[in-house]
Design a binder for this molecule. Structure first.
Ligand SMILES: *[C@@H]1O[C@H](CO)[C@@H](O)[C@H](O)[C@H]1NC(C)=O
Length: 381
């Protein structure tokens, strides 16, 4: 593996430089959300995305149905940011093919009863739809399919067990954080997009349920889910659970004008920053710089989802951007300097130089992409 001089730079001094720049920038520039996105960071993101395509794209996807939904969302998030059309491949993906069919039964079959997968799919479909609108194209198959999939999830709400919540799957054996965090975010976002009161009602009932579910622990972090007796099961506080709650709460705050929801979100964002980092950089519990990381290909994508949903948090709470800008920049810098190997391959280990423990897969590549795209909008430049 080749090391550029940049990789040898002291990470601590880099963070200091970035923080100083961020302070200067904040002093002289208009609010972050109003500034142009950072061209250099977008260029890095495009290089990572190109590598994703050359190494992992098989003509219809990159590997796993739900991670593909996130990959699609990240690709279109990038193209909406940099104005390119290089990665406009959605129609060729399984998810895109289903979107074009707009057939409820085909969606039911493809989703296999996975309500969390369905939540990621809704977000991907909206992002492609947004891109189509942005380019003057027909977004209706994507938006219509998003509505079909959203309604499948909404039908999985069940008050009779643990007082509410959407089931993780149609097997009805588990209620967990991610499925309901996604339902909160998609419901509040659907209200902001389409104005239908039903969506707002769903968002509010979901937050009321989550808040009282016990899944947020005394440290402010969300554990994975509930036991059969409806208690916090104490399972891993995966990073993505700490990000998707925030995007949902900011969307609900925007929908209702209730800014106390942002404080609720930041309890968890700030707990993530203090408790789920090493050297101020996100570390999943399964990440290891030395041989070897134990993350599976689901877990390998979680940190990028945290970064993406912090971006979505700030999209609906732009006044909060200055608080998180330097942390976002530090993550992006770590992905560039520590996680990136030869030819723009990105591994799962962000927090330290890879000593052979990092995994390199389509999911780790996508996770890095999401970090760059988030930082292009809200990190220092
Ligand atoms: C390509 O990957 C997708 C998942 O992303 C998978 O469903 C499909 O079977 C793969 N196709 C080929 C030809 O391997």
């Amino acid at each position: 593996m080749l090391f550029s001089f940049k990789k040898l730079a002291s990470f601590a001094s880099l963070v200091t430089v970035l923080s100083a720049f961020s302070r200067d920038h904040a002093a002289v520039a208009s609010p972050l959300q109003a500034r142009a996105q950072c061209a250099a960071t977008l260029s890095t993101a495009a290089s990572v995305a190109s590598r994703l395509q050359s190494q992992y794209w098989n003509g219809s996807g990159w590997g796993i149905f739900w991670t593909d939904a996130n990959t699609i969302e990240d690709m279109y998030n990038l193209m909406l940011a940099d104005g390119s059309s290089t990665f406009d491949v959605a129609d060729n993906t399984r998810i895109g093919q289903l979107a074009l069919q707009q057939d409820r039964n085909a969606w039911i079959s493809a989703l296999g009863g996975s309500n969390d997968d369905a939540g990621w799919v809704v977000l991907a479909l909206w992002k492609v739809g947004d891109y189509r609108i942005n380019r003057g194209q027909d977004a209706s198959p994507y938006y219509n399919s998003a509505a079909i999939v959203y309604d499948l999830i909404a039908a999985e709400w069940d008050d009779s067990v643990c007082g509410g919540g959407v089931w993780w799957s149609s097997a009805h054996t588990y209620k967990n954080a991610i499925t309901n965090e996604l339902f909160l975010y998609t419901s509040a976002s659907a209200y902001l997009r389409f104005g239908d009161q039903t969506y707002l009602t769903n968002a509010q009932k979901t937050w009321n349920w989550l808040k009282n579910s016990g899944m947020r622990n005394s440290q402010g972090l969300w554990n994975d889910g509930l036991t059969d007796s409806c208690a916090n099961n104490g399972q891993t506080t995966w990073t993505y659970n700490q990000g998707v709650i925030a995007s949902g709460l900011a969307a609900l705050a925007k929908a209702t004008g209730d800014s106390s929801l942002l404080s609720e979100a930041e309890i968890t964002l700030d707990a993530t920053i203090s408790l789920k980092t090493v050297n101020n950089i996100l570390k999943e519990t399964c990440d290891s710089a030395t041989p070897t990381s134990t993350c599976d290909n689901d877990q390998a994508m979680f940190k990028g989802i945290w970064m993406k949903h912090l971006q979505f948090y700030l999209d609906n709470a732009p006044d909060r951007a200055s608080k998180y800008s330097s942390f976002i920049g530090a993550q992006e810098s770590a992905v560039f300097h520590y996680a990136t190997g030869s030819e723009w391959t990105v591994g799962n280990v962000w927090y330290a130089p890879n000593q052979g423990g990092s995994l390199f897969t389509a999911q780790t590549q996508t996770s890095g992409l999401a970090a760059h795209v988030s930082a292009a909008k809200y990190g220092p430049c």
